[in-house]
Ligand binder design. Structure first.
Ligand code: AHR
Length: 504
C-alpha cells in the first residue's frame, strides 16, 4: 500500500487547546478507593494517596481532571465529603449500587490534584438537587473569607479559595439511567438558571452544559438544539460522550469508529451554529468531549457483579476493562480526530484515569501498571501540543459497512510546535495485513528537516494485554527505517500499527 500526505507550515486548523488531554475520575468502583487513595498501601503518602499512581499520572500531563462524576454526581451530596473524616456519613450510591464512605471529598481531591500537577473540572448535581446546592458548592470552593461558605472551608483546613474555573452543569441528564433525568426543556431551563446564578457569583467561570449521552440516544441531536436554545448565552461548552466497543469482533469496523466520532462532532458543531444564528449571537459555544474511551470488555463481568451483589459493597471491581493492543489503536485514532477537530473541541477527558475503564490499573496492596492504551495517550499528550495542521491526505480506502463507506487505511494528524520548532505526526495504519509506504511532503518548514524521534506500536496479537504479572507486553518501541528524502518524510507503517514521527 502507498499513501501520500502534504503538510504545509501555514496550512493550519487551529491552535490546539491543551485541555484536549484531560481526564476523569469518578467515585465509582476502585477509581478513588484503592485507586488514587489507599491508606496503608506501601507507597501511600501521609494523606493516603498512592505515590505509585501519582508517578504514573504525572507524565500524562493532564491539564484537568473531571470529578466527582459521572452518574455518581447526580445523587451526590458534596457536603458529606467535608469536615472531620470520622464524622462523615456513609451513603448508598444509587448510580453504582455501592457504599460511599466519603473519606475522599473535595479537600482530598484538590490536594491530590496539587500533587499530580493538574486542575479540577468539577461537576454539580443537577439530578437529585439543583441551583441552590450548585451555588453553595461553587461558593465553598471559590468563595472569599468573610462569607458563610468561605469561612466553613477555612474551618475545614483551607483558607484560600481554590479558584476552580471549569464547572459541569450536571451529567448525562438525558439518560434514563440518570438519577433525576430530565426532558431537554426541563434541563435547559434548570441549566440556564443555574448558569446565571453561578455567573452572578463569578462571570469568569467556564460552564459546560450537558449534550446527549451519546450519538445513539433517541433525542439526539434535538436535545442539543433545545438545551442550547435555553442556555446559549450563559454557557461556554456543550458536553459530548462516546465509548467505543468491538463486541462484534470486527476490527475493520471497530477501527472505523473514529469516522463516526468525526460525524458526531460535525453534527453538534452544526447545531451550535444553527442556534447561534437563531439567536443572532456573537458568542461561540464550543465542545467539551468530557467522556471518551473504549468500554466493553467488563460488561459481562459487571453484570455478574451487580446481579450477585450482597448489600452495598465498598470499592467493588466495576468497569475494570483490560485493554488490548487493538484498543491502543482506537485511542490513537480518537486523539487524532480531536486534533483534527481542535477548531471546535476545546476540552476532552479520557474516561477514566485509574482502574475504571482506565489507562492505569492498581492492585490493592500491590503494584500499579500501565494498560496498552496508556501509551498513545501519553505520547500524544506530550507531543501533540501546538497548532493542528490541515494535512492533504491521499490514502487507499475501505468500506466499513454500517459505520462508514470510504475509510482511509491511513489515519494521520499533524501538529506544529512553534516554540520547539518541531512538527509531529501521529499515524495509524488500519490495514490488517499490508504495510503502507507513506510519503509526507513537508512544505515551508525550513531547509534541512530531520527525524528526532520515531515511536511505533505494533503487535502480531491484536488481543495482547498488559497485566500485573506482564506489565510491558504492549508498549511502543523505537521505529526503524524512517528517513527524509528531498524534504519528504518516507516511512513504512506496519499493518495494524500506531506511530509517532517527530521532525525538527
Ligand atoms: O464513565 C462511566 C459512566 O459512563 C459515567 O458515570 C457516565 O457519565 C457514563 O454513562
Amino acid at each position: 500500500l502507498e499513501a501520500r500526505v502534504t503538510a504545509h507550515r501555514d496550512y493550519t486548523i487551529a491552535r490546539i487547546d491543551d485541555r484536549l488531554y484531560s481526564a476523569f475520575l469518578e467515585h465509582l468502583g476502585r477509581a478513588i478507593y484503592t485507586g488514587i487513595y489507599e491508606p496503608g498501601h506501601p507507597t501511600a503518602d501521609k494523606d493516603g494517596f498512592r505515590q505509585d499512581v501519582i508517578d504514573l499520572v504525572r507524565p500524562l500531563m493532564v491539564p484537568h481532571v473531571r470529578y466527582p462524576g459521572g452518574n455518581f454526581v447526580s445523587a451526590y451530596n458534596w457536603e458529606d465529603g467535608i469536615g472531620p473524616r470520622d464524622k462523615r456519613p456513609t451513603r448508598l450510591d444509587l448510580a453504582w449500587h455501592t457504599s460511599e464512605s466519603n473519606q475522599v471529598g473535595i479537600h482530598e481531591f484538590m490536594d491530590w490534584c496539587e500533587r499530580v500537577g493538574t486542575e479540577p473540572m468539577l461537576a454539580v448535581n443537577l439530578g437529585s438537587r439543583g441551583l441552590e446546592e450548585a451555588r453553595n458548592f461553587v461558593e465553598y470552593v471559590n468563595g472569599p473569607l468573610g462569607s458563610y461558605w468561605g469561612d466553613l472551608r477555612k474551618s475545614n483546613g483551607r483558607a484560600d479559595p481554590w479558584n476552580c474555573r471549569l464547572w459541569c452543569l450536571g451529567n448525562e441528564m438525558d439518560g434514563p439511567w440518570q438519577i433525576g433525568q430530565k426532558t431537554a426543556h426541563e434541563y435547559g431551563r434548570l441549566a440556564h438558571e443555574t448558569a446565571k446564578a453561578l455567573r452572578a457569583f463569578d462571570k469568569k467561570l467556564e460552564l459546560v452544559v450537558c449534550g446527549s449521552s451519546n450519538a445513539d440516544m433517541p433525542t439526539y441531536p434535538e436535545w442539543e438544539r433545545i438545551v442550547l436554545e435555553h442556555t446559549y448565552e450563559a454557557v461556554d461548552h456543550v458536553s459530548l460522550h462516546m465509548y467505543s466497543h468491538n463486541k462484534a469482533n470486527n476490527t475493520a469496523n471497530y477501527l472505523a469508529l473514529s469516522e463516526k466520532l468525526d460525524r458526531y462532532i460535525e453534527t453538534i458543531h452544526s447545531v451550535i451554529r444553527l442556534v447561534k444564528a437563531n439567536k443572532r449571537s456573537k458568542r461561540d459555544v464550543t465542545i467539551s468531549f468530557d467522556e471518551w474511551n473504549v468500554w466493553y470488555h467488563s460488561h459481562e463481568q459487571d453484570k455478574a457483579i451487580l446481579q450477585g451483589m450482597q448489600g452495598w459493597p465498598h470499592e467493588p471491581r466495576l468497569l475494570e476493562d483490560i485493554y488490548n493492543f487493538e484498543d491502543a489503536l482506537q485511542v490513537g485514532l480518537t486523539l487524532n480526530t480531536f486534533i483534527r477537530r481542535s477548531d471546535v473541541v476545546r476540552i476532552a477527558c479520557i474516561a477514566q484515569l485509574v482502574n475504571v475503564i482506565a489507562p492505569i490499573m492498581t492492585e490493592p496492596g500491590g503494584p500499579a501498571w500501565r494498560q496498552s492504551t496508556y501509551w498513545p495517550f501519553y505520547l500524544t499528550s506530550v507531543h501533540g501540543r501546538g497548532t493542528a495542521l490541515q494535512l492533504a491526505v491521499d490514502s487507499p480506502l475501505y468500506d466499513a459497512g454500517e459505520i462508514a463507506d470510504d475509510v482511509p487505511y491511513l489515519d494521520i494528524a499533524g501538529v506544529r510546535d512553534e516554540e520547539a520548532g518541531t512538527v509531529t505526526f501521529f499515524a495509524v495504519n488500519r490495514h490488517p495485513a499490508e504495510s503502507m509506504t507513506t510519503r509526507i511532503a513537508l512544505q515551508g518548514f525550513g531547509p534541512a528537516p530531520r527525524i528526532l524521534e520515531h515511536q511505533v506500536m505494533t503487535n502480531s496479537d491484536l488481543r495482547a494485554t498488559n497485566t500485573m504479572e506482564q506489565p510491558d507486553r504492549v508498549k511502543p518501541r523505537a521505529g526503524e527505517g524512517a528517513g527524509i528524502e528531498d524534504g519528504t518524510v518516507v516511512v513504512t507503517l506496519p499493518p495494524h500499527s500506531w506511530q509517532m514521527i517527530l521532525v525538527a
